[in-house]
Structures are given as C-alpha cells and as structure tokens.
Ligand binder design. Structure first.
Ligand SMILES: NC(=O)c1ccc[n+]([C@@H]2O[C@H](COP(=O)([O-])OP(=O)(O)OC[C@H]3O[C@@H](n4cnc5c(N)ncnc54)[C@H](OP(=O)(O)O)[C@@H]3O)[C@@H](O)[C@H]2O)c1
Length: 306
C-alpha cells in the first residue's frame, strides 16, 4: 500500500503535469501515480512510461539548447517515471543526459539505459567506459547490445560488468520487424534481463512470437518507435480523437491512445517514446494512467489508423 507521503508526492506530481498541459481536462489527471511493472529477473518495479533520446537529445551542451530537455527530464521524474534510454550512437545524447541529471541532482531518480555498438572486445570496452563518463555515473542500470552488433562478444563483456556491479541489467535491441527472428534466436541461447524492439499500431509483427516468448520466459520488454517516429500521427492528421477513447479508456490525446495500445499487451514492461517537448512528455506519462484497451477496443483503435 502506498504511504501517505507517496500519495501526497503523487498528487503534487500530477498537479505539476496539469500545469504543463492546461488544454487537457482536469479528469485526465485524476488517476493517481504512474503504474509500474515488474522486471521479471528481479521483481524490481519499473514505471511503464520512459523516454527515448534518439535525435531529440543530440543537441549542443548550451543552456539554450538544454532548456527544453531539462524540462522534459523534470517532467519525467515529477510524473513518477524514471527510465531514460540512450546510446553512444545518438550523437551527444549520452552527454546531454549526464549533464541534465547532474544539473538537477536526478541521477538517483533515473533508470539509465544505454547501449554498446562495437565490434570486438577491446572496442566494446572503450565504448562502454566512454558511456560511464558521458553519463557521469558509476552504475548504468541497463546496458544493451545495440542492433545485435557482435552480440556474443558484447554480451559476455556486459555480463562481466554486471558481475562487477557496474551494470545492473543486460539486454539486446533492434528496431526492425525483419530482425525479430534474429532477436528470438539470441533470446533462445543467451540469458538476458531485457529485450528492446519496435511495436506499435503500425508495426504489429512482435505480437506473433516475440511478445509471447518474452512473457513465457520472463524477459523484460522495452518498446521503441511507439509512434514510428512521427509517422503514426500523419495517419490521423485532421481527425478528432473519438469520444469513446476518452470515455472508455481515459485517453485525452492520440499519443495516449497509441501508447495505451502498446501497454495493453501484458508482455510489455515499458515504452520509451522520444521527445524534446515537456508537454509531450507529460502527455505520454498520462498514457500510463487510467484504463487500457481490451481485445475489442484494440481492434477499434487499429481501424482508426487504417
Ligand atoms: N535499435 C535501437 O535500439 C533503437 C531503434 C529505434 C529507437 N530506439 C529507442 O526508442 C526511442 C523511441 O523511438 P524513436 O525516437 O525512433 O521514435 P518515436 O518515439 O516513435 O517518435 C518520436 C517522435 O514522436 C514525437 N512525439 C513524442 N511524444 C509525442 C506526443 N505526446 N505527441 C506528439 N508527438 C510526440 C516526438 O516529437 P518531438 O521531436 O517534437 O519531441 C518525436 O519526434 C528512441 O529515441 C531510442 O531511445 C532504439
């Protein structure tokens, strides 16, 4: 049961979110703190909405460029979320995340995920050390082999770092339907805590095998490309959100409906939409609250985007 302090913190966070997105109805903020789901390998709870940083966080480390991203991160933690996914291949994103966490003393409130995308042990070691430095941390919560590059070598490196306590969880990632079979092959032979892949209303291949496999084997699932970058917004451009999305599912924006569609799959642990806009961050956090669609409602959502 949440303590009184936690409940009060939750209400304060929701009030902060409400101030950021005044166009949403007050009822949108009435649902309470952001839910979490358990990481199967430990049972540790992870809030269901996180933040991606590809492109959005590749900015100069100047006050002007960092300003909106600082608000995004503050909104994330004020909204009860913690997961930030970055990578050395996202330009300056890792350094930006490290700088923002340091400026506001947020490291302990974040679940930091990064990646290794190297070939060969020595190159992997160098890249991982650079990630610790850029993120300004002694412990990275999750390290993932990016796009299955040199998977066995890099996973063995990450496993050693986990044994040393420098990395808490390890995993693998990809972002294409065409790589799902390769991901499955890796998951069948390599023990990992997490897998990250693409899944959305527009890309549903993961429903066939990957998501059921992860649920069955107890592997935490992070979902990338939930909006297919921004392509899914184009499909509903000019259309109003139907009333039933709000009345039946507590969704007050298209983004929330898309994220709720993903979270309705019980195999999903968390989803990581990227944004540089604090209002979008608040909007995305609200997707984690309230009701999720059942099978019939999911079908109606698919038809809206057809
Ligand atoms: N191989 C891999 O490991 C891999 C591959 C792909 C992605 N990823 C991870 O997954 C994350 C997410 O994927 P993605 O960045 O490709 O695409 P995405 O999250 O599907 O889409 C990001 C875009 O959506 C917009 N957006 C976010 N919230 C919104 C809202 N509430 N309303 C309207 N627009 C909104 C953002 O706009 P603004 O720019 O205006 O904020 C941004 O341009 C990445 O950032 C990365 O961390 C990993």
């Amino acid at each position: 049961m949440p303590s009184r302090r936690r409940v009060l913190q939750g209400s304060a966070s929701l009030a902060a979110l409400a101030a950021l997105i005044p166009w949403l109805p007050a009822a949108a903020f009435a649902s309470g703190p952001l839910p979490s789901r358990a990481i199967p390998s430990t049972g540790e709870p992870l809030p269901v909405i996180g933040l991606g940083t590809s492109r959005t966080h590749d900015v100069a480390l100047t006050d002007e460029a960092l300003g909106p991203l600082r608000k995004v991160l503050q909104t994330l933690v004020n909204g009860g979320a913690s997961l930030v996914d970055t990578a050395p291949s996202y330009g300056r994103a890792e350094s930006v995340c490290g700088e923002l966490a340091a400026r506001d003393g947020l490291r302990q409130r974040l679940f930091l995920a990064s990646k290794v995308s190297s070939t060969g042990r020595a190159a992997g070691e160098r890249q991982v050390e650079a990630s610790f430095a850029a993120l300004r941390t002694d412990t990275i919560d999750l390290m993932q082999v990016h796009n299955l590059q040199d998977t066995s070598t890099q996973l063995s490196l990450l496993r050693e770092l986990k044994e040393q306590g420098r990395v808490r969880y390890i995993g693998v990632t990809h972002y294409l339907d065409s790589a799902h079979e390769s991901l499955l092959q890796v998951l069948r032979r390599e023990p990992v805590d997490f897998v990250q892949f693409n899944y959305s209303i527009g890309e549903r291949n993961a429903e066939r095998e990957l998501l059921p496999y992860c649920a069955d084997k107890g592997i935490a699932v992070l979902i990338n490309r939930p909006f297919q970058r921004s392509a899914l917004f184009e499909r509903v451009k000019g259309k109003s959100l139907p009333d039933w999305a709000t009345v039946e599912l507590d969704a007050s924006s298209w983004a929330q409906l898309m994220l709720k569609f993903i979270l309705a799959n019980p195999a999903v642990t968390a989803v990581i939409p990227a944004t540089s806009n604090p209002r979008y961050m608040a909007d995305n956090i609200l997707a984690g609250q309230g009701r999720l669609p059942d099978a019939a409602q999911r079908q109606r959502i698919i038809e809206l985007f057809a």
